[in-house]
Design a protein around this ligand. Structure first.
Ligand SMILES: [Zn+2]
Length: 106
């Protein structure tokens, strides 16, 4: 049964890679809410404390992995200075499908 937990932990770690790769390679943070990631970081720190106090190795490992990935995401998002061609095209498509006034209000 513990194998299910480790498999879930591995998937949590793998799940961060596409976002971190995009931030690192493209230097594009389009659509990322830093506030959301900071809240996840605080939640991760609280859950790590809880897991540590309960001596739960599995949840301690998954929280450490999450905290490292979340911290990397926040740092890379704050350093991002460009919009990648994919997201730029998506933005242009959005502008074409909505009146400009709606985009300016967002
Ligand atoms: Zn992008």
């Amino acid at each position: 049964m513990e194998m299910i937990g480790w498999l879930g932990t591995a998937l949590v770690i793998v799940a961060y890679f596409p976002q971190i790769r995009h931030l690192y390679v493209e230097k594009c943070a389009w659509g990322i809410s830093i506030s959301t990631w900071v809240i996840w970081l605080i939640a991760g720190l609280l859950l790590l404390t809880y897991a540590w106090l309960r001596s739960d190795v599995l949840f301690t490992v998954v929280q450490i992995a999450s905290i490292v990935a979340i911290t990397a995401t926040i740092i890379l998002a704050k350093r991002s200075t460009t919009i990648c061609p994919y997201h730029l095209a998506a933005t242009e498509k959005l502008k074409g499908s909505r009146p400009q006034r709606q985009l300016d209000e967002q």
